[in-house]
Design a protein around this ligand. Structure first.
Ligand code: COA
Length: 259
């Protein structure tokens, strides 16, 4: 990893920071490699239970690097089209079942907005602006077009996707893209407060629920319930489930271990 994305673990909270502020955190090949490494580390690191993703400087992420140079923003993969993985980043659908909070501090465009559509919570600074400018560059956003209608109503999704217009934080909240709008200087404290609230819940039970919530979107009700009930048995067998029962009986706060 170079330093175009920072990863910091504080307790059980990982903060992932786009760190190319001179280019408004635009995604070039180097940043792509660092961003993928940061999300892979978060996914794999047992002590990391919740992530906050944010940007250094005045942007969250201004999308793919339009200046060229600095490598392919998608990432470099060997093989012809057929061998290349298309699910090759958090933005393109890596399965991460730990909760992810977006703390959107400024421009959140293109790739940046695609990433946000995979986040479980979106807290917007009053300075945040959201948009998919791709159409004005003559190109489509594909994963954005798949994800945005799953997050907001059809016509609000089509408005953003087909016009390329940017919306401010309040409009983002109005259409349900952002959950909260907060004063800029409070953004990271608010994100941390939400992360701390999430740490009250047992991490493996959270991951079981997030996986059930994600997978059940594409399953029949019967299949979703069968899958979910299987996950219930798996989650019940964890040490944390036993700790939860013990703590309730002893009338004390549980101590989660993520096991
Ligand atoms: N790729 C590469 N560099 C970018 C960039 C991008 N997507 N977005 C911004 N930058 C760079 C600018 O070139 C500029 O660099 P410089 O200071 O060396 O000239 C710097 O970041 C600041 O950008 P600037 O345009 O001066 O800031 P602004 O406040 O006037 O405008 C935006 C901000 C986001 C509206 C404008 O930068 C923009 O439209 N960026 C492109 C967004 C885009 O099309 N993304 C691609 C999606 S696929």
């Amino acid at each position: 990893m170079t330093d175009t994305v920072l990863y910091e673990l504080d307790g059980h909270v990982a903060t992932i920071t786009y760190n190319r502020p001179e280019a408004l955190n635009a995604v070039n090949g180097e940043l792509r490699a660092d961003l993928n490494a940061a999300f892979a580390r978060f996914r794999d690191e047992e002590d990391a239970w919740v992530a906050i993703v944010t940007g250094a400087g005045r942007a969250f992420c201004a999308g793919g690097d339009v200046r060229g140079g600095g490598g392919d923003p998608v990432g470099e993969f060997p093989g012809t089209f057929w061998e290349k993985p298309t699910t090759n980043s958090f933005e393109s659908g890596w399965e991460i079942y730990k909760p992810v909070i977006a703390a959107v501090n400024g421009y959140c465009l293109g790739y940046g907005l695609t990433l946000v559509t995979w986040c479980d919570f979106v807290i917007a600074s009053e300075r945040a602006e959201f948009g998919f400018p791709e159409v004005r560059l003559g190109i489509p956003t594909i994963v954005g077009a798949i994800r945005l209608p799953q997050r907001v109503s059809w016509q609000h999704a089509m408005d953003l996707l087909l016009t390329g217009d940017r919306i401010d934080a309040h409009k983002a909240k109005e259409i349900g893209l952002a959950g909260w709008v907060v004063p800029h200087d409070d953004l990271m404290d608010e994100a941390r407060a939400l992360a701390d609230r999430l740490l009250q819940g047992a991490p493996l039970a959270q991951r079981a629920m997030k996986e059930v919530a994600m997978r059940s979107q594409h399953l029949s009700t019967v299949d979703a319930i069968r899958f979910g009930e299987t996950m219930r048995k798996v989650a019940h067998a964890t040490e944390d489930a036993a700790e939860g029962a013990r703590a309730a009986a002893e009338r004390r706060a549980p101590e989660w271990r993520g096991r």
